[in-house]
Design a protein around this ligand. Structure first.
Ligand code: OGA
Ligand code: NI
Length: 342
């Protein structure tokens, strides 16, 4: 509890546990000549899209080239985007007594507030506080969410339903674009938990010594990320880090490991990390669409044949999660564990 970064005075130095070994630090320039594609979702899931084929092409192009893109005009109102960031900021700004009930260092707990994650045994700490919550279906989960600030539950309930609908719209475009059978992404594979990570990265006196989050790929199917106006998210693209510049009210979209495996590598789960800065606190809200625990994941039959054999193994999602955690979320190791060596 005393380790919550959001309840500390500004650090003058970086405490030793947060100092990364030199090879893991933010090194070299980011590739500033590349930016993430921005896709206009034509009003979002409740709008008629007259040029659906063109939109599908845009999503697949961005998905194949970057595995990461931003979406605007996605149907979630500016007010709701403002409100969700507002209540999250209020949450992190509360005195620590008000957060105590949520604080837990037990990583097996779904709903919890924690700080400075360590991956693996004795690893360095990361410069981030995180509130993690299971949010779906709302009536089954809402009573476990913080009830302070007062509006927190009401705003999150509204936000999560709409954010999930945007994710489902994207999945439906991908489904059609790849020629998968209709509704491929509507069953078990997307109807597990919807988790959120509300991330808080306080200013850091020496950003070159630490990271907010180490390079990782997400474990789920598809992720939407809402970030405020402070930059910090970086994406691996053609061997170099590229910044995801904040665009007001946009969602950053990326694919989790499950989408890479189901599409047999047509869409990639791309490594990303969060860097810190010395000037301003940064907040982000990640929404993770998860398969059910018993969901059977395998490369889609429609996308494999003799010339394109399955590149990945088949498994139950719960078994994937266990291995992902054991391997500290490192892409090369996770992919190695699930790859078929053809
Ligand atoms: C995550 C994540 C990035 C960010 O929570 O998995 O990648 O910018 N967050 O906070
Ligand atoms: Ni992530």
């Amino acid at each position: 509890m005393d380790t919550l970064l959001s309840n500390m005075e500004f650090h003058q130095t970086v405490p030793e546990q947060f100092v990364l070994p030199p090879e893991n630090r933010v090194a070299g320039e980011i590739n500033a000549s590349v930016s993430l594609p921005v896709i206009d979702l034509r009003g979002g899931p409740h709008c008629h899209v007259p040029d659906r084929d063109e939109l599908i092409r845009e999503v697949l192009r961005a998905g194949k080239e970057f595995g990461f893109f931003q979406v605007i005009n996605h149907g979630v109102s500016e007010q709701l985007m403002k409100d969700i960031m507002g209540v999250t900021e209020e949450f992190f700004n509360m005195p620590k007594e008000d957060k105590a009930a949520f604080y837990s260092e037990d990583a097996s707990k779904t709903n919890r507030l924690f700080s400075s994650t360590i991956y693996g045994k004795d690893g360095p700490r990361y410069w981030r506080d995180c509130l993690k919550l299971a949010c779906y279906p709302v009536p089954e989960t809402i009573n476990e969410w913080p009830n302070k600030p007062t509006k927190f539950r009401e705003v999150l309930a509204k936000f999560i339903v709409e954010a999930r609908e945007v994710s489902m719209m994207l999945l439906s475009l991908i489904c059609e674009g790849l020629g998968l059978k209709e509704g491929y992404f509507e069953g078990d594979v997307s109807s597990g938990q919807v988790l959120i990570n509300a991330n808080y990265y306080p200013p850091c006196p020496k950003p070159d010594l630490t990271l907010g989050l180490p390079p990782h790929c997400d474990r789920n199917l598809i992720t939407l990320l809402l970030q405020g106006d402070v930059s910090g998210l970086q994406i691996m693209h053609q061997g170099r880090w590229v910044g995801a510049a904040p665009i007001p009210n946009a969602f950053v979209v990326n694919f989790g490991h499950q989408l890479e495996i189901i599409t047999n590598g047509i869409l990639k789960s791309v490594e990303h990390r969060a860097v810190t800065n010395s000037g301003a606190a940064r907040m982000s809200m990640a929404v993770f669409i998860m398969p059910t625990m018993e969901s059977f994941i395998s490369p889609a039959k429609e996308l494999t044949n003799e010339e394109n054999p399955p590149l990945y193994k088949s498994f139950l999602f719960k078994d994937f999660l266990r291995i992902y955690t054991d391997l500290s979320a490192k892409r090369v190791d996770v992919m190695e564990a699930f790859k078929i060596n053809v």
